[in-house]
Design a protein around this ligand. Structure first.
Ligand code: AMP
Length: 184
């Protein structure tokens, strides 16, 4: 049974790696960013509420995200495991998730941090830039990561379940290392 929380700055290659691993293990890849983008394009109430935050590179309020993740992790396909990509993004979300996983009796997750140096992240983000992303939004997203999400590294380190992988290697090398770490 594989349950993985994937941490790392925007531009670390988290999404690509999470998808590859999930396909490989035949478990759902749960990307909160993807779910929000889908909600936005479907113009659901959640999508409408989330839009202004996403457009600015800000975080969508915890409450909305927590409801969304609780609903997703209660669906039947998650019984075989999951890879969570993009959640938690705040310490509040992490505390919520811990409690939720305890309730769902799924509290044996691994937490993997994909480490990439700051300069590389900025370069990659500016290169990749989704077409609706201005440089300003990209830089804001990074700032939000540093102030609100990076503290999760200490949060999980202090619980002794943080695994680190060097994300500054080729895509294939990162995948190999991730597979090793997850299987250990
Ligand atoms: P991502 O594709 O993971 O980079 O997410 C895109 C955008 O969705 C982020 O910039 C946030 O506005 C929003 N988002 C995704 N996941 C979360 C989360 N866990 N908490 C708050 N906002 C989120």
């Amino acid at each position: 049974m594989t349950r993985v929380i994937f941490l790392g700055p925007p531009g670390a290659g988290k999404g690509t790696q999470a998808k590859t691993l999930a396909d490989d293990l035949n478990i759902p890849h749960i990307s909160t960013g993807d779910i929000l983008r889908q909600a936005l394009s479907d113009q659901t109430p959640l999508g409408v509420k989330a839009q202004s935050y996403m457009d600015k590179g800000e975080l969508v309020p915890d409450k909305l995200m927590e409801e969304m993740v609780q609903e997703r992790l209660s669906q039947v396909d998650t019984k075989s495991g999951w890879i969570l990509d993009g959640f938690p993004r705040t310490v509040n979300q992490a505390v919520f998730l811990e409690e939720l996983l305890r309730k769902l009796n799924q509290h044996d997750e691994k937490v993997v941090n994909l480490e990439v140096p700051d300069e590389i992240v900025v370069t990659r983000l500016l290169e990749r830039g989704r077409k609706d992303d201005s440089k300003e939004v990209i830089l804001r997203r990074l700032e939000v990561y540093r102030s609100q999400t990076a503290p999760l590294i200490d949060f999980y380190s202090s619980r002794h379940n943080l695994l680190s992988v060097n994300g500054n290697q080729s895509l294939e090398e990162v995948t190999v290392e991730l597979k090793k770490v997850i299987a250990s």
